[in-house]
Design a protein around this ligand. Structure first.
Ligand SMILES: *Cc1c(COP(=O)(O)O)cnc(C)c1O
Length: 369
């Protein structure tokens, strides 16, 4: 029996009856989009993030895209973010016609190195998109200070960090808007596509509600040209059920991470470091290995599934050639991308399974001598 990177069935099993019951209700009513479940989930998720408003949208990518549109970011603007992220962060910026400007990451936390931020700010900078990657919050206070000084908008990419905290404040509530993905493998995952934008700004929330549904203010009355990015009732129903368990499941991820950390002591790997200012929610448990590809291959041979998040940094993707970056421009990002390896991580992962993974890593290390 192998060990998967994530195990969605283990989460589904105890929720099966409840989820099927609410699916039945929705299918009997045939009210499929932006109904009671979406509305209730928006309220519940807003509460979870400690904000006043949440707007359910079609995906995390759409959350970022619509947030940028709602904040008026577009042609000619520069948006500062990191290259070490899933490409969707960058795509959303490109979609509005803005130029992504990449800042390097911190070599220990793997999120934006905020101390390098100011050097990237120009006359054209309009916004910053900090990415709370792997579940680790960005050092947001100095970032917000900088944003305030230069009058920049802050759009948090919390797609991997539902429930993470910065100095006790929930991720998503820190900037002008927070964006979340409910892609199936995220800490809070739907069974299809879904995302959320959260904010304390009532006007912005109104704009987002218009944008996600063709700019429609009442039936066939369109105030602005919008998009089709509605959350559906089936996804909202699943997410409501799962949200009630999210805090507890994040805690189990943390315990699993600590067990990995302690068992991996003395092994020639760099284990993740949790920043003192934050509460990491370990969407991914990412180690760094010198011979990452060899280790990955040998773990795979033993039935242990791993991942690489991400092997090619955004600034070196073919899709981003147009922005003119070259190898060597972001040294920490490039080094980290060549070494990161995500080990199996999910709340239901058992201590014995973690022991098995670590034992395998030790044996592989010994084999190599
Ligand atoms: C998953 C993810 C997204 C995109 O979310 P989707 O729901 O897949 O569109 C954006 N940013 C980051 C950091 C992500 O991990």
């Amino acid at each position: 029996m192998g060990i998967p990177l994530v195990d969605l069935r283990a989460e589904y099993e105890p929720l099966k009856d409840q989820i099927r019951e609410s699916f039945d209700e929705i299918l009997d009513s045939m009210y499929l989009f932006l109904g009671n479940n979406v509305q209730a989930f928006e309220q519940e998720f807003a509460d979870f993030c400690g904000v006043n408003f949440a707007v359910g949208v079609g995906s995390g990518t759409e959350a970022l895209h619509l947030a940028l549109v709602a904040l008026g970011i577009g042609d000619g603007d520069e948006v500062i973010t990191v290259s070490h992220t899933f490409i969707a962060t960058v795509a959303a910026i490109s979609h509005v016609g803005a130029r992504p400007v990449f800042v390097d990451i911190d070599r220990e936390t793997y999120v934006m190195d905020v101390s390098q931020l100011e050097s990237k700010i120009t006359e054209s900078t309009a916004a910053i998109v900090p990415v709370h990657l792997y579940g680790q919050p960005v050092d947001i206070d100095p970032l917000l200070k900088m944003a305030g000084r230069y009058e920049l908008k802050v759009i948090e990419d919390g797609c991997q960090a539902h429930g993470a905290e910065y100095k006790g404040r929930p991720v998503g509530s820190l900037g002008d808007v927070g964006c979340f993905s409910f892609y199936f493998s995220k800490n809070l995952g739907a069974y299809g596509e879904a995302g959320m934008v959260v904010t304390n700004d009532a006007k912005l929330a109104d704009t987002l509600r218009l944008l996600r549904n063709h700019g429609q203010e009442s039936k066939y009355r369109h105030r602005i040209i919008g998009y089709n990015s509605r959350m559906d009732e089936l996804q909202a129903a699943v997410l409501r059920i799962k949200l009630r368990r999210l805090a507890e499941r994040n805690e189990r991820r943390r315990q699993n991470a600590y067990l990995y950390n302690s068992l991996l002591r003395g092994v020639d790997l760099i284990t993740p470091r949790e920043a003192d200012y934050g509460r990491h929610v370990y969407h991914l448990y990412v180690v760094r290995a010198r011979d990452r590809d060899g280790l990955r291959q040998r773990l795979g041979d033993r039935g242990i599934q791993t991942g690489i998040h991400y092997p090619v940094p955004s600034h070196l993707q073919d899709a981003c050639l147009v922005y003119g970056y070259r190898v060597g421009d972001l040294p920490i990002t490039e080094q980290v991308a060549s070494q990161v390896l995500s080990l199996p991580m999910y709340p239901e992962l058992k201590s014995e399974q973690i022991e098995t993974v670590v034992q395998a890593v030790r044996e592989i290390e010994e084999e190599k001598g």
